[in-house]
Design a protein around this ligand. Structure first.
Ligand SMILES: [Ca+2]
Ligand SMILES: [Ca+2]
Ligand SMILES: [Ca+2]
Length: 194
């Protein structure tokens, strides 16, 4: 397994993240362990990857293919791939984890936050609205929620705090984008923009 750093601007398919490290493009269906330096993204391949983070704060990007990302301990940031159109599964594990998802073209991904204060960060690049609340109110995305006991949660004005949607602890639900891609999530506490 080889790791090389790429500088900003050399990696157009990954414009969501400025700093990345890259695994050998010829590899596929790999099992990868988090070894990137702090602040860099551990990148998978454009095939199906199985990626496991370390005990620290990992940033993991699955790229194309149907990936499985496991953050482990630490405050991890997980991303199945930028406009990959593939269905990824991410497990935050312990710590305060984030999952990046674009409502258009990122595929129908799954995020399981686990313990901690976990959040979904929506990439609204292709939407004209400046924040989730505008997008939601304009019908560009649909959010359905249930609380930790499985009871439906209606989104009310007092759940919006500084442009972020504050969910009851351990909420589950789905976010559906305008083209039908869905993010199915559980054990998540916050939805915000990237
Ligand atoms: Ca991949
Ligand atoms: Ca970790
Ligand atoms: Ca995806």
């Amino acid at each position: 397994m080889s790791i090389k750093k790429k500088e900003k601007g050399q990696n157009p398919e990954n414009e969501r993240h400025e700093q990345t490290s890259s695994l050998n493009e010829e590899m596929s269906d790999d099992e990868l362990e988090g070894i990137a330096a702090a602040g860099t993204w551990i990148k998978g391949t454009n095939d199906d990857d199985f990626m496991i983070g370390g005990d620290g704060d990992d940033k993991m990007l699955g790229k194309g293919g149907e990936d499985i990302l496991i953050g482990g301990d630490g405050d991890d940031t997980l991303d199945g791939g930028f406009r990959d159109g593939a269905d990824d599964i991410a497990y935050g594990g312990a710590g305060n984890d984030a999952f990046n998802w674009g409502p258009t073209q990122d595929g129908s991904d799954v995020f399981i936050g686990g313990e901690g204060n976990d959040r979904i960060e929506l990439d609204l690049f292709t939407l004209s609205e400046g924040n989730i609340q505008d997008a939601y109110n304009n019908g560009s995305i649909d959010i359905s929620l249930t609380d930790a006991s499985g009871n439906p949660v209606e989104i009310t004005d007092d759940m919006w705090v500084n442009g972020t949607l504050q969910l009851p602890d351990g909420s589950s639900g789905t976010i559906t984008g305008p083209s039908g891609d869905t993010l199915t999530f559980s054990d998540v506490e916050v939805i915000k923009t990237l």
